[in-house]
Ligand binder design. Sequence first.
Ligand code: FE2
Length: 289
Amino acid sequence: MVDTATHDQLVAEMTGGLAPSEADLPPFAGSDPTEPSGEPSSARLGVPVTFSTSPRFYFRQLLSGRDFATNDPIAAQMVNFVYAIGDRQSGEAVLVDPAYDVEGLLGVLAADDMRCAGVLATHYHPDHVGGAMMGMQLEGVAELLEQVDVPIHIQAPEAEFVRTVTGLTDAALVQHQSGDVVSVGAVDIELICTPGHTPGSQCFLVDGRLVAGDTLFLDGCGRMDLPGSDPAQMYESLTQKLAKVPDDAVLYPGHRYSLESSATMGVTRERNVVFRPKTRQQWLAAFGG
Ligand SMILES: [Fe+2]
């Protein structure tokens, strides 16, 4: 079970010295709706991947405190990324980890003539799905459901945690297994369960992109000392579950903890310290606490 006391621990996840200040960050163009891929290659590390050329594909990377929740200092400090993925022709999009500012996020979709058709939740932490944190109540999926009647897609092992943090019941949740596909119009999104940061963390593979939540950042990975964390599972997730993701796929993380907002998996596998150990034993010795 998750109790509210654990939420104070979560704060350190986003303020543990990994996140540069906004003043250090370069200008960001990823929120430009005229850029179908969501982000120009100049803000990305690595060889540009060949994304879908279909004008139907809709993808946006939105930074908390800048692209939404613009008057929320906590959202700005946390540097969460929310993603919108959809099909321009059908006008449907899913939001990945909508938190802080539900109205603002729905407004982004509306301005693009898109409507919210569902939520993909990477994991249960309140900065991703809403809930109590630092003595405050963050908006999230519960508030979103007051505006739109849509399914919340999670991995089954995360259900108990999501219910506790958001107050939602099972009726609001669609519990998945790894490998399931969620379709948004003609866009298919594969769900990959990647436990380690939490028991049912999941990543999303779509159109040569990996939307990774707090499983994998450009530098480092999600913390493994929080309720439900498991370093051994994280090792398996990074080296086995994500092994199928090709080097030219682009990693889109759950937080902007690096100067760049995305990088190819090839560059990430070369540069990120979590891919440096050669064996499970080495990995656990380095990162398992
Ligand atoms: Fe997290």
